[in-house]
Design a protein around this ligand. Structure first.
Ligand code: MLC
Ligand code: AMP
Length: 496
């Protein structure tokens, strides 16, 4: 945080943020985040790592709240804007947040929880007046800064805790590797409860004195309109977004296509990550924009770890090489480093790696080897010096639209439905979404439709975790060994 602030002071007069049709300088960001820090402190010297959950639309307010929490010595826990109440409750309870901040759009969503739980509830625009002189705490880099929730091979998401030092490392590494400068202008269309949007887009831009413009909801039309203005020169997104942009562009008249392509050709660079980039998407995007997308690999627990080069050969189907300062090794099931050319699990060590899973010492311990390497669960191979992802060691982790989804988490909720006697959730390959969530159900009552089940689920889990395909069967298929395997269940979704 200290370095981020120092950099902001150096760039005081530059435009930091454009949101909601308004521009804000670094000076305005510094001043308003200080005011917010004062409100959070409410007379105290230091929040001393108290968790502050916040539900704020991407834009100036989001950043001033995030910076305000950090400057007051708190731990920022951004809430996903699309979550239904049970998921919001889970994050607020799990973090033990004592303060919750919302903008006016989300205040009503959180109001029932605020009443029930009695946490301090700050609604932006209705804040109390802060003291005129605020003494902000000195922050040690080793202090906790942020908690982001990630799904895994357990039925409940875990809070990934990063320190200020972790974040500074993650940001400064990308800042250098991808040559950010204060002349850059990026557009953020990603959700701000995950590292891709928070670290790679917003924090890297603000670290380097660049401008970050926000589009709170995804819309291909709105993105191209902003691109056509000619002010954006850096763009980062998940493969699904590039897929959607390509489809939209393909439906435009030739003159508009040419106009867009001409603007895209002026960009400095464009990045894809969070899920495997299909070769077809990479090639079509190159045809449209003239850019070879820079594919990189990351994870909530590590920020970015492996990246194709900024200068040099960006290879289709590869994630590139370890970023400076990130140690990477591939190991076999016995945790022995594999010979070059052999597949193994990616393990990571470095100052970028998170501190702990919040309140889960056992999960934290299991995530690291005895000698301190973080086990990613991703399987890769090195070919001609470039890493290539082969898959994951758990079939229960699904990536859809760039979101990580636990099959077990959805199964657990499905099993509480009164008419479902058994179920299994799998990810099936899909060019647009990476994987589609699919569920196999055994029903007690056949009058209940899958639409009924989805509307029931919608109140309990976020929309991106909804199964998009169902198969209702009488009995789970068993293989020759008498076992039910998810790989066999996936076959049920093969087109006839
Ligand atoms: C939504 N829909 C889906 C879906 N999600 N269909 C299939 N699979 C999914 N996963 C459908 C909805 O039902 C709806 O259909 C339509 O798509 C629009 O829904 P939406 O919710 O409005 O979606 P949209 O806003 O279009 O979102 C698509 C998206 C979003 C790609 C913009 O998923 C997104 O922002 N993804 C980014 C996630 C991210 O930032 N991941 C980074 C994690 S960090 P209908 O029929 O009702 O119209 C990380 C580390 C790293 O991974 O390396 O970066
Ligand atoms: P998350 O936990 O949401 O941060 O997601 C991290 C996971 O996304 C990684 O463990 C990988 O499985 C996946 N991932 C990120 N980048 C890539 C990529 N470029 N190619 C394939 N998978 C990726």
């Amino acid at each position: 945080m200290q370095q981020l602030l120092q950099n902001a002071v150096r760039n005081q007069d530059q435009t930091a943020i454009i949101s909601n049709g308004q521009s804000y300088t670094y000076q305005q960001l510094l001043e308003s985040s200080e005011v917010l820090a004062g409100q959070l402190l409410n007379g105290a010297d230091d929040l001393n790592e108290a968790r502050v959950a916040f539900m704020v639309t991407p834009g100036f307010d989001y950043v001033r709240v995030q910076w305000g929490i950090w400057r007051a010595g708190g731990v920022a826990a951004p809430l996903a804007l699309s979550y239904p109440l049970p998921s919001l409750r889970y994050v607020i309870e799990d973090t033990g947040a004592q303060i919750v901040v919302a903008d006016e759009t989300y205040a009503a969503v959180l109001a029932p929880l605020a009443e029930e739980k009695g946490f301090r509830f700050i609604i932006l625009g209705q804040e109390e007046k802060a003291a005129t002189t605020i003494q902000l705490p000195q922050l040690d880099r080793s202090r906790r800064a942020m908690i982001l929730y990630t799904s895994g091979t357990t039925s409940l998401p875990k809070g990934v805790v990063t320190t200020h030092a972790n974040l500074e490392t993650q940001i400064s590494t990308l800042d250098e590797a991808w040559q950010w400068t204060s002349a850059d202008h990026t557009l953020c269309v990603l959700p701000l409860h995950h590292v891709h949007g928070i670290v790679n887009v917003v924090s890297c831009a603000l670290w380097s004195g660049a401008t970050v413009e926000f589009l709170p909801n995804f819309s291909a039309e709105a993105i191209f309109d902003i691109f056509r203005s000619g002010r954006v020169n850096v763009f980062m997104a998940v493969p699904t977004i590039y897929f959607k942009l390509i489809s939209y562009w393909e439906g435009l008249p030739a003159d508009e296509q040419q106009q867009i392509s001409a603007t895209l050709a002026q960009f400095r660079f464009m990045v894809s990550g969070s899920a495997a980039l299909p070769a077809s998407v990479m090639e079509k995007w190159k045809g449209i924009s003239g850019h070879t997308l820079l594919e990189r690999y990351g994870m909530t627990e590590i920020g970015m770890g492996i990246s194709n080069p900024y200068d040099g050969d960006r290879r289709v189907g590869y994630i590139g090489q370890p970023l400076p300062g990130v140690n990477v090794r591939l190991v076999d099931e016995e945790n022995v480093v594999v010979p070059t050319g052999q597949p193994g699990e990616i393990q990571i060590k470095g100052a970028n790696v998170f501190l702990e899973y919040w309140n889960r010492p056992e999960a934290t311990q299991k995530a690291f080897t005895a000698d301190g390497w973080f086990r990613t669960g991703d399987i890769a191979v090195v070919e001609e010096g470039y890493y290539r992802i082969l898959g994951r060691d758990s079939i229960d982790i699904i990536k859809s639209g760039g979101y990580k989804i636990s099959a077990l988490e959805i199964e657990e909720v499905l099993r509480t439905h009164p008419t479902i006697s058994d179920c299994s959730v799998v990810g099936i390959p899909n060019e647009e979404w990476g994987e589609l969530i699919a569920a196999v159900l055994i029903m007690k009552d056949h009058s209940v439709t899958t639409e009924d089940i989805n509307s029931w689920l919608r109140e309990r889990i976020p929309g991106y975790k909804l199964p998009r395909q169902y198969r209702i069967i009488e009995e789970l298929p068993r293989n020759a060994m008498g076992k039910v395997t998810k790989n066999d269940l996936k076959q049920l979704f093969q087109p006839a």
